[in-house]
Design a protein around this ligand. Structure first.
Ligand SMILES: C[S@@+](CC[C@H](N)C(=O)[O-])C[C@H]1O[C@@H](n2cnc3c(N)ncnc32)[C@H](O)[C@@H]1O
Length: 444
């Protein structure tokens, strides 16, 4: 392991192109004002950068970490063959970058659909073998769909709650024949790739409102004209994405491992051996704004994945925790402010940070190097929650030294720029437009 920390030494104190960098050892973070130390002109916005290259573009996912950030952190804080952990791996962007940079990696998430996508994005497939499997699969599905359309084939449609509300009958039958053929591929490495394309197909042909992470039905007028061609949609998704798989196969280092595990960051299934953590935890608004479970629900149910309906509740802060006092003055002050406005939201924030503290404890136990978090400072009832500062304070209490804090502007974003803080229609507040990258270091 190289010593942690990059060469960010320019103490100019100015914000350079939308970036603020705070760096140890000059600052005492617990003081009220953080002293800015400049950035040596490093641009962390990555405006205009292609964030969908290779397998990064296989499938959308809420609040993805852009690959450029993952890459810079991995390059700066680890060496070839090191082990990188992302305990909230989502769709696996950190794992892809680790493989491209010759690092071993482990990804953990509670969302089973996220793991299918992450697995697809990190499984190099030999191009001619992929081509052969696809030709066979395509031929079999085309034959089945013809059978369905000419009443020569019966298919059992999986039991999905409110199926008729979310899928037109012919759509459901055609999805069922594809699913049946996919099940037969379950032992193959290519299964995850085809399952990911199927997930995209499910969303596209469903009655869900396009472009939404939450579950919403299309408006009635649109629904009347909605007659998707399921087979064609699936074929297009696969064929548009095969070149990405081929390029990834050629670009990644096959001599490293990448493990993707269903698990909970509050109880890591690891004993140690992690050189670097790069991760973006949920923001604590999974039940309201960024609903990973809702986003994944129908594709996961169609793939027969269990547990997806509990994801948002199982997410950090989703369930009550005992009201322990956490070692962060900033958190205490923030909670007091929120409590004046809403007891319910006070609990949400308290539970979230209690869970996050559990995760930090776990990470501290398995880590020998740096721990990089990418987070947003959200507002709750118009009170800013300085998640970055709170993470630094909680980490310090556990013996993780503060290394660097970089605040970057987010050039474009799919999340709403405004929310309704008091749940009153038309009363808007701003959501996150900046992101913080925090680097902590396990004491040697
Ligand atoms: C901000 S997203 C990560 C996105 C990811 N970096 C990417 O690029 O796709 C946060 C993830 O944390 C997961 N998550 C929430 N609570 C968790 C927990 N207790 N343990 C593990 N993962 C959790 C969510 O399912 C979600 O995938």
């Amino acid at each position: 392991m190289p010593p942690c920390g990059g060469a960010l030494q320019n103490p100019t104190g100015v914000e350079v192109r939308g970036i603020e960098i705070f760096r140890n050892p000059y600052i005492k973070l617990c003081s009220n004002d953080l002293r800015e130390l400049g950035s040596m002109g490093e641009d962390w916005r990555f405006a205009g950068a292609d964030t969908q290259y290779l397998t990064h573009g296989l499938h959308p996912y809420p609040a993805r970490m852009i690959p450029q950030i993952a890459r810079r952190l991995i390059e700066r804080y680890s060496e070839r063959k090191d082990v990188i952990l992302d305990p909230f791996c989502g769709s696996g962007g950190v794992l892809v970058e680790s493989m491209l940079l010759g690092r071993n990696s482990i990804g953990i998430d509670i969302n089973p659909l996220a793991l299918i996508i992450a697995k697809a994005k990190t499984t190099p497939l030999e191009p001619s073998e992929l081509e052969r499997l696809w030709l066979e699969l395509r031929e079999a599905i085309e034959e089945d769909v013809r059978g369905l359309r000419f009443d020569r084939l019966e298919v059992e449609v999986p039991k999905i709650p409110n199926l008729e509300y979310w899928f037109k009958p012919q759509v459901a039958r055609e999805l069922a024949v594809i699913r049946r053929r996919l099940d037969a591929l379950k032992g193959e490495r290519a299964y995850f790739f085809f399952a990911t394309c199927f997930s995209l197909t499910v969303r596209k042909v469903s009655n869900l409102k396009p472009g939404e992470f939450k579950i919403m039905r299309m408006p009635a007028e649109k629904l009347k004209k909605h007659n998707p061609n399921v087979l064609q949609t699936f074929i297009e998704h696969v064929e548009e994405r095969i070149p990405r798989m081929v390029e990834f196969y050629r670009a990644c280092d096959e001599n490293v491992f990448c493990e993707v595990l269903l698990g909970d960051a509050r109880r890591l299934p690891l004993k140690g051996g992690v050189d670097l953590v790069v991760t973006s935890p949920p923001y604590g608004d999974s039940r309201t704004t960024v609903a990973y479970g809702q986003f994944s629900k129908y594709p996961a149910l169609w793939l027969g994945l269990r547990g997806v309906t509990g994801v948002d509740k199982a997410s950090l802060g989703g369930r009550p925790t005992d009201g322990e006092e956490l070692p962060s003055e900033t958190l205490k002050r923030t909670l007091e402010e929120i409590k004046k406005k809403s007891r319910e939201r006070y609990n949400d924030v308290l539970w979230f940070f209690s869970d996050l503290f559990r995760c930090l404890e776990q990470l501290r136990g398995v880590l020998s190097g740096c721990c990089c978090f990418v987070v947003g400072n959200r507002t709750v009832r118009r009170v800013q929650v300085p998640t970055d500062r709170i993470i630094v304070e909680l980490g310090e209490a556990l013996g993780l030294e503060f290394e660097t804090l970089i605040r970057r502007e987010i050039p474009s974003k799919r999340l709403p720029w405004q929310n309704a803080p008091e749940n009153v229609r038309g009363e808007k507040g701003t959501t996150i437009a900046k992101e913080s990258i925090i680097v902590l270091r396990a004491k040697r």
